[in-house]
Design a protein around this ligand. Sequence first.
Ligand code: SF4
Length: 298
Amino acid sequence: MKITNNFNVPETLLALANRDYYSKGNSDYSVTEIISPPRIQRLRKQHWDEMEQDVSEMLWSLLGSALHVVAERSEIADHTNEERLSAGIDNVILSGAIDLQHHQDDGIVITDYKFTSAWALRQDKPEWEQQQNIYKYLVERVKKKPVKSLRICALIRDWSRRDAMYSQDYPQSPIQIVEIPMWTYDRTEAFIKERVELHRNAKVKADWGEELPMCTEEERWIRETKYALKKEGRKTAVRVYDTEKEAQEHLAMMDAKDKAFVEIRKGEAVRCTGNFCGVAKWCSQYQQLLKEANVDNE
Ligand code: SF4
């Protein structure tokens, strides 16, 4: 991947961005890889040399790397920082780097650091649950010790003291500990096997030049279409509805002098449209959808 420097940031930062912090050791798959969509992983491998990213867009991944370096320096009794564990399963080696393990008498507490936004923290995070439970599986298999809890230490990038004061739903501090539900050993093993199989099949398809498995709606981060009831001259919506019927019903009750109307906020696959996967321009699934949308708009 080529890292560009469109905003003339210091060379030192550019050099850091060019360093490859990501390693999966001698394993076939990393935990991060198997929980991510096979289509994205394959396209990234196929187009790695053509991919480009500007260093200015890498702020949070750079800070994430910096955090790991700093955390490694903090040596405290019964705590293990940044340990990579591997295990064989279904003829492949799977490995994962665990940010922090706290060894207690009755088991190990696993903690992972995540930079996130206040909004994202309040959404479901299936990938956090999957990742942490695979770490639990690796620890229990390799160390033969029980894991007693799984936690995310969420570092909220856009935390606002004002929003925290006015909303109890809003995270009350810029660092939040999120407890993650634990799966049984058997459930996690079955999940890992399922994911490895998906990635193995995708590789075979890629090798044979066949169509890759499609990303699911969940993997494409689908944002549903919403219907906002608005008044002329007012920036924010009176109310936002999931269905047009509800919005129209509310509109019918409004006074004519309000000059109200329903604005359709079209849904989209955020990961594709924002190119958060990094491979949207090579993705036939997304390109086909764009083509169909253009035909509809003609
Ligand atoms: S563009 Fe969308 S469908 Fe294609 S790989 Fe990326 S997330 Fe998946």
